[in-house]
Design a protein around this ligand. Structure first.
Ligand SMILES: [Fe+2]
Length: 337
């Protein structure tokens, strides 16, 4: 890993800031063929950052049920987080593991044998995330570990960190963080504003031999175009933000990334792009769970004053200060009007 990659991965000593060596992989790993069950897909759902939201999970499964053709659903990590009730935790895990799943930093740290390991929550938070958020996340992870059985933790440990899939002609790398680390922030909308960083990401895509990476982890959505030397079309970073939390000011829906050979027919579509010479439709689909019911559920486990309530209640109630028009960036990182 280069010094630049180290910086993006958030290497450091403090729990919640560090990126452990076992989180890392190389862009070249993605040059392999997709496994047979993830080749030739008509529809792929990439569901990242469910965060233990059982109502969002129900909605995702209902949307997926409506899809036709050769279809797969991939949970690309952090499907646990707020689900500290053991029954709730078990239900989320059982339903997720009926589909394809990758482990995120939450599942990786849940699976770790040492409860006091130096990764904390494993988020590898960058500098713009405040110390209070990091400390609370480390404590949430410790609390969540009490909900998981040894058997459940072993099942999480067995999950892969990344995957390959093909939808129509589109070669995809599926990750939780970025092209070099499970908890990397290289696909964060904040970093992707920087032209020199976009050049680094374009080089990751060169080395990986994929047309796009579908990712999550950084909590805000962005579909970012990247240069493709000599090609007619750009390549893409496809970050869904969060499925289990709001992603835009005034819009309390979660988001999933749908990659398909047919356009999405429903009103849930928030934004999207077309690629693959017009044959592949990539859309951020709103996961519209009942926000009042979810808030009530959340507050039962995380009342006012608790760590998760302090960190997330505002976002769950109002959404982040981020707009839909900021999420799709065609060539040079500029938002569409
Ligand atoms: Fe994450």
């Amino acid at each position: 890993m280069s010094a630049a990659e180290d910086a993006q991965a958030g290497t450091g000593a403090a729990p919640g800031r560090s990126c452990p060596l076992h989180y890392r992989y190389r862009p070249e790993h993605f040059t392999i063929e997709a496994p047979a069950h993830l080749q030739g897909l008509d529809v792929l759902y990439v569901v990242g950052g469910l965060y233990g939201n059982a109502l969002a999970l129900e909605r995702v499964l209902a949307l997926f049920e409506r899809e036709t053709g050769r279809k797969r659903l991939v949970f690309n990590g952090d499907f646990h987080w707020f689900d500290i009730d053991p029954d709730h935790f078990a239900r989320v895990q059982r339903q997720v593991l009926m589909h394809e799943a990758l482990r995120g930093n939450v599942e990786t740290e849940l699976a770790a044998p040492d409860a006091d390991g130096d990764a904390g929550c494993g988020c590898a938070y960058p500098d713009w995330v405040g110390e209070g958020v990091v400390d609370r996340s480390n404590r949430i992870l410790k609390r969540l570990r009490q909900a998981a059985t040894l058997e459940q933790r072993a099942a999480l440990a067995a999950l892969p960190m990344w995957q390959r899939a093909d939808v129509g002609p589109l070669r995809l790398g599926l990750v939780h963080g970025d092209a070099t680390s499970l908890a990397g922030w290289g696909f964060a909308q904040e970093h992707l504003r920087d032209a020199s960083h976009r050049e680094t990401v374009a080089q990751w895509l060169d080395r990986a031999g994929v047309d796009a990476f579908a990712c999550t982890h950084t909590c805000l959505p962005v579909f970012q175009a990247l240069r493709a030397e000599g090609a007619k079309e750009p390549r893409w970073v496809l970050n869904n933000g969060a499925t289990g939390m709001p992603n835009f000011a005034g819009d309390r829906a979660g988001l999933l990334t749908r990659v398909a050979v047919t356009p999405y027919p429903g009103p849930e579509r928030r934004f999207g792009i077309v690629t693959g010479s017009g044959t592949v439709h990539v859309d951020a689909i709103g996961v519209e769970f009942d926000p009042a019911a979810w808030l009530e559920h959340f507050r039962r486990d995380w009342p006012a004053g608790s760590d998760a309530h302090t960190s997330y209640a505002e976002r769950i109630t109002r959404g982040p200060t981020y707009e839909r028009r900021q999420a799709v960036r065609h060539t040079e990182g500029e938002p569409l009007p």
